[in-house]
Design a protein around this ligand. Sequence first.
Ligand code: SAM
Length: 246
Amino acid sequence: TARLYLVATPIGNREDITLRALRILKEVDWVAAEDTRHSGQLLKHFQISARLISYHEHNVAQRIPELLGYLSVGQSVALISDAGTPAISDPGEELVRACLQAGIPVVPIPGPVAAITALIASGLSTRRFVFEGFLPSKTRQRQAHLRQLAQEPRTLIFYEAPHRLRQTLQDLSACFGPERQVVLARELTKLHETFWRGSLAAALEHLNTQPPRGEFTLLIEGAVNLDHDPENSPSETEIRQELAQL
Ligand code: SAM
């Protein structure tokens, strides 16, 4: 039946594929993938022979009508990305909207996301967080964007390419101050998975001795400590009343 499945695939460790993902990938008529060669290897590893079609940021406009065409004759499509969950800092959003507009059901098949994987082991507050994805690549836009985030109280999560990491940490340090705590989550779920924790100033020093290699997710402590939950704390009036009774 006509359905768009958004299928999460591993972010490194192939054992992280879900049983449901494997079944859907076997059953669908088409697998739309960002990089058909890369995804072809993954499917081959799991002995899945699927009809692959490329779907990436440069052919979205051309592919959407094509995929809608298959869906409109009752075929099913699974969208996968190079790693992790499709539509999270990956193409997919437009296809989802196009399907919804055409009345085609969209079914999420959940699995790994680098942002959440990094967050849960970061040691930073997980109660409230903001996913920022990739920062703008132009210096001025990046710095303007970071300035807006300087007072953000929630834990911040960024994706960054290794060759930009140092510059981004410098910009973060300039906007948030060198003492703000940062966690560098590197090569998650892979052989060389590491978590580095410390201040922005120390992170920059650390990268001088160890140039960034591999994939990084960056987490920054929020501007105030959220362990203090204002919603569940007494109001100023309540505190005054308590004090008056002493
Ligand atoms: N859709 C993916 C997801 O669900 O996480 C994200 C895709 S985005 C194009 C790629 C970025 O995600 C990388 O530049 C890196 O910041 C982060 N990332 C992906 N895999 C990672 C890993 N194994 N370890 C750390 N960060 C990772």
